[in-house]
Every structure is written in C-alpha cells, then in structure tokens.
Design a protein around this ligand. Structure first.
Ligand code: UDP
Ligand code: MG
Length: 154
C-alpha cells in the first residue's frame, strides 16, 4: 500500500474542476486520507519545486502556483504513486493523450491542472510538507473489499 501527494493546481480550482478531478481519483479506487485547500506561498513553492528553482521556467511557475488556492490531497492505494502519474499523463497537456487528466482538460505545459509525486521517496517528503500527521486519517472503507483482493492490501 502506497501514499502519494496530489495538488489540484490554481488553474483547476479557478476552472472549477475540483469535483471532476476528485471524482476521477475516487472512481479509480484510490482512498483519500487527507484533503484541504490552501494558498501556496513563494517559500512553499521553492520547497516543493526545489529541483526546479534554478530552471528558466521557475519564476513563471512560482507566479502560477501562488496565484490562487490549491487543493492538496493524500491518496492511498496499491502503487498509488505510479497510478496517479499515469492518470495525469505527460507534463504538457498538448502532448498528453486523451483519457489522461492533462490530456482531457488542458493544452498547457505549465497550467496542467494536477501535481502528483513522482516517486515514493518524493511522496513521503511532499506529504510531510503539506500535511501534519494528525491531518491524515486512518479509516476503513466498506468498499475496500470490492476494490482489491485481500492479498493486494486494503
Ligand atoms: N513547468 C513549466 N514549464 C516547463 C516545465 C514544467 O511551467 O517547461 C511546470 C508544470 O506546471 C509542471 C511543473 O512545472 O507540472 C513541474 O515540472 P515537472 O517537469 O516536474 O513536471 P511534472 O512532474 O509535474 O509532470
Ligand atoms: Mg515533477
């Protein structure tokens, strides 16, 4: 069982796509264990996108990610990290195939609606950046028995 950090970026919130994006994650069978709305500060942006801070596109990325509220989520499930990356599709919406979130909802390289951790290690770091331990909820979902077999986790 794995956890991943997801953001619905400011373009998704502004375009009122929060419900549709959340619905895709729930329908896939991922379990939401943390969920909140917040405004990313420049400091948080530099922390989150540390690997990109020195890149030419970073100033515009920071402007974008801090421009309005985001929705932050922690989703749990088998291979949650790669499942969410596959659901999002490639970075640039113009290249992302139909059926992926970035492919279905956008055409931009920057305004690509969603962030998803790219490895279990990144997920652990990013979850700790956005959520306090007590904001992540342990609960049993009665649907679990119909989402995965017992040898695949709950
Ligand atoms: N980004 C951008 N310009 C670029 C590349 C990336 O504005 O040329 C933004 C885009 O929002 C992307 C984020 O920076 O999602 C992080 O980039 P990364 O290459 O890590 O893409 P991701 O992992 O989100 O697919
Ligand atoms: Mg990335």
């Amino acid at each position: 069982m794995q956890r991943t950090l997801i953001l619905f970026k400011p373009d998704a919130v502004q375009r009122r796509l929060t419900g549709q994006l959340l619905s895709r994650l729930e329908t896939k069978g991922l379990k939401i264990v943390g969920l909140k709305m917040l405004r990313v500060t420049p400091e948080l942006s530099r922390q989150h996108y540390a690997e990109h801070v020195s890149k030419p596109f970073y100033p515009l990325l920071e402007e974008f990610i801090t421009a309005g509220p985001v929705v932050a989520l922690v989703a749990e499930g088998p291979k949650a990290v790669s499942v969410v990356r596959t659901m999002m599709g490639p970075t640039n919406g113009a290249d992302a195939p139909p059926g992926t979130i970035r492919g279905d909802f956008g055409v931009s390289r920057q305004m690509n609606l969603m962030h998803g951790s790219d490895s279990p290690e990144a997920a652990a770091k990013e979850i700790a950046v956005y959520f306090k331990p007590e904001e992540l909820l342990e609960y049993t979902s009665s649907l679990s028995a119909w989402v995965c077999a017992s040898d695949e986790g709950k």
